[in-house]
Write a protein that binds this ligand. Structure first.
Ligand code: EPU
Length: 426
């Protein structure tokens, strides 16, 4: 078992290069199940969630060849089963994409419930509504059992904007007969990236990035070479870290358009942001000021940046209000921040943050992936040496976090905790 040890108080300076997007990668990898050819996927982030998804494909019978750390070739012709057991699904939420992928390929799927970060109830009613609209029968018990004689395109209106359900319906519909229309679809950059990946194999998906997606079913998907987009949330995390710790950082290999909601809030908090073609420079010389944030589906402020932003606002002058409108229970980490001196009160889905002059080091836990990123930011700005445990959560979504922060001048180490056994995630 390992922990991060961070000596706070050093401003961040220099350049950081952003890796491929986790949430695009974990959708694109299971989408390879739908291909009759070989999928060469480039710019994969080197993180444990990606390794887990690739391992699932391998265990299901795919031929997987790593070309280098960020490129893999996947041939799924050898997959003969539509069953994905709990031993494969327990450690990542994205394993639920095998429902759509298996259904799209075999017209049936038997998939165990997924693990992943705990933000309260994580329903799948919108996923199943989509499968049923395509003509499948769905039974949700110990396993999710989905069967169809034929998948036939149809119109699906999503009652709740859901990234996962939008992706699953796209995967199931891409080889269905006729036209499927998803209304009130999610618009996140990784939805667009998945569609571009599927289209590069011969699919006909239009309208992603808007809330109406049209999927014209095709019979076959072939080989492709595809490069994943940069990670919006990893980029945002480094932007907020630079703003919180102070300093001057160039965040490279990003799509600035994806960063607009984060950029806007950082500027409101008094941070200087300069935008270039594929990079953003963050500079902070003055004190931070309060601002209010409400998380929303894209293009709103991403829920996956909420813990990092709350951490920044905990040292901003004045009182900020943060409203979490996506998840019911995403403030569990606040208890850890208050141990470091932050003054935050939470009532349901609203946090009120009274800015303090400084945070003080304390032993803390990463209670989930983005909460872990927030603890790193807290450690960078705190007085003293902060120790963060349960960092396997952070490794699920951030590539080489120690190397990247160290290159920016942070004092951060990964240290083995002797005598402790790694708990299983999920
Ligand atoms: N929801 C329903 N019914 C459904 C599905 C979702 O009511 O059938 C609700 C959820 O309870 C939640 C909201 O809709 O309140 C949004 O859930 P969504 O389905 O969009 O979330 P997800 O697909 O499970 C993905 C990301 C999360 C990110 C959310 C929201 C992946 C693998 N995960 O989850 O990312 O928080 O979208 O943007 O893409 C992370 O990267 O740290 C992470 C947790």
């Amino acid at each position: 078992m390992e922990k991060f040890v961070i000596e706070g108080g050093y401003p961040l300076k220099g350049e950081v290069t952003i890796s491929g997007a986790k949430n695009a990668a974990v959708a694109i990898i299971p989408a390879a199940v739908l291909s009759d050819g070989v999928c060469r996927i480039e710019n994969l982030p080197n993180i444990s969630d990606v390794a887990t998804m690739i391992k699932i494909l391998y265990e299901l019978g795919a031929n997987v060849k790593y070309i280098n750390k960020t490129t893999v070739e996947i041939d799924c012709k050898g997959i003969k089963t539509h069953v994905v057991p709990y031993s494969m699904t327990k450690s990542t939420r994205a394993s639920s994409y095998f429902m759509g992928a298996m259904l799209g390929r075999f017209k049936k799927a038997l998939v165990a419930p997924s693990g992943g970060c705990d933000f309260g109830v994580r329903p799948i009613d919108q996923h199943t509504k989509g499968f049923e609209a395509l003509g499948a029968k769905v039974e949700v018990g110990g396993m999710v059992d989905i069967k169809a004689d034929e998948l036939i395109g149809s119109s699906v209106y999503m009652d709740h904007v859901s990234v996962g359900a939008t992706i699953n319906i796209m995967l199931a519909a891409v080889k269905a007969k006729g036209l499927t229309v998803i209304e009130n679809a999610a618009k996140e950059p990784h939805i667009v990236d998945l569609a571009n990946f599927l289209n590069s194999m011969g699919a006909d998906i239009r309208g992603t990035g808007t809330d109406v997606i049209k999927i014209y079913g095709v019979e076959h998907l072939g080989s492709t070479t595809y490069s994943i987009i940069p990670d919006q949330i990893e980029a945002g995390t480094y932007m907020v870290a630079a703003a919180a710790a102070g300093g001057d950082v160039l965040v490279k290999n990003i799509i600035p358009k994806h960063m607009e909601s984060i950029t806007a809030k950082l500027e409101e908090a008094g941070v200087e942001v300069e935008e270039y073609d594929d990079s953003i420079r963050i500079k902070r010389t003055a004190p931070l000021s309060k601002c209010n944030v409400k998380t929303m589906p894209h293009p709103g402020f991403p829920t996956d940046m909420q813990p990092q932003m709350v951490t920044l606002l905990s040292i901003a002058q004045g009182t900020s209000i943060v409203n979490e409108s996506v998840w019911d229970n995403r403030f569990r980490y606040v208890e850890q921040l208050t141990r470091m001196g932050a003054q935050i009160s939470v009532d349901g889905k609203v946090a009120v943050i009274e800015g303090v002059d400084k945070l003080k080091a304390a032993p803390v836990q990463a209670v989930d992936l983005r909460a872990g990123a927030a603890m790193i930011i807290a450690g960078l700005v705190a007085e003293g040496t902060t120790e963060i445990e349960s960092i396997d959560y952070i490794d699920r979504g951030y590539e080489d976090v120690v190397g990247k922060f160290t290159a920016l001048g942070a004092h951060i180490k990964r240290v083995t905790i002797h005598g402790k056994v790694q708990p299983s995630v999920g």
